[in-house]
Design a protein around this ligand. Sequence first.
Ligand code: XIL
Length: 346
Amino acid sequence: MRWFAWLIIITYLLGARHVMATSDASLRSLADARDKLVGTAVNTTALTNDARYRDFLAREFSSVTPENVMKWQLVEPEQGTPDYTSGDQLVAFARANNQAVRGHTLVWHNQLPEWLTSGGFTSSQLTDMLHAHITDEVSHFAGEISAWDVVNEPFNDDGTWRNSIWYQAMGPDYVALALQWAYDADPAARLYVNDYNTEPLGAKSDAMYALASDLVARGVPLNGVGFQAHLGLQSRFPDTLTPNLQRFADLGLDVAITEADIRMPLPADSDKYVQQAGYFQRLLQSCLVVERCVSFTVWGFDDTHSWVPGAFPGQGAATLLDAAFDPKPAYFALRDALAAGSATAK
Ligand code: XIL
């Protein structure tokens, strides 16, 4: 019966190894096994100054998104002298750590240079300037960027078009033009339209769906749709996220969760942390069950560098690590969701 004893020992050892492998595995190693990217927005000041930040970023994530430094306001504060140095630094870090880079963002109504918004330009001048901006930036980073958020936040919450400077200059066709210009500069990058409050089925996601359907039907180079997922505990979880993602996937598009964070009224407490962990886990599970959901990105991973307290006064604690850099239940919830078989994901 000696073989039987050996079998028990070997089975035990294999089991223990499995438990150890998942309990201290990184998000990125677990996501690799699920064939998904797990990403974060990166604050490039922290990247430069903070070794602990760099180490966590390299260990845990397989994709990075520049939180700010590829936006027009930051690359070209003075007209005519674009400077991609900070973006280049992030690209170099990503290369060294075998991470994908998600470019963010080429066409947006926010964080535009002052000279552009108050220059009194005509529609045709704005069209030419946007074309030149997209061509210059996408060409600069060509070959380094796996996906671009080409157009960001085109819709109002009621599903009408946002009356941005780009919409005013070109009408709704600015989206197709921007995608085509980006494609011409880097045909290998996956090109996205990205928005917030499009997670559930509803007026805003219907508008995005109508846009995506139209672009696909016209053969415009659109590869994916991004869902930011800036959520808060005061609002109910978007229960219809999975069928919503799936209807975009059924158009033949990739989908991605691009900017996940879950804010809460401050002060934080352990009950809120547990609730937050549930929100993060459900978000990720939707991405895991939708095959065309290619990546799950959080908008920063530690509360010290989160945009939330600045943008939503009285709210915060929206990320995976607290201000002491300790992982919250949300971090472990993401790890558990990635480690669990897809059969357990709902
Ligand atoms: C935010 C950054 O996190 C802040 O640092 C900056 O001051 C403003 O922009 N949707 C987006 C992101 O697509 O680019 C925004 O990032 C957050 C909302």
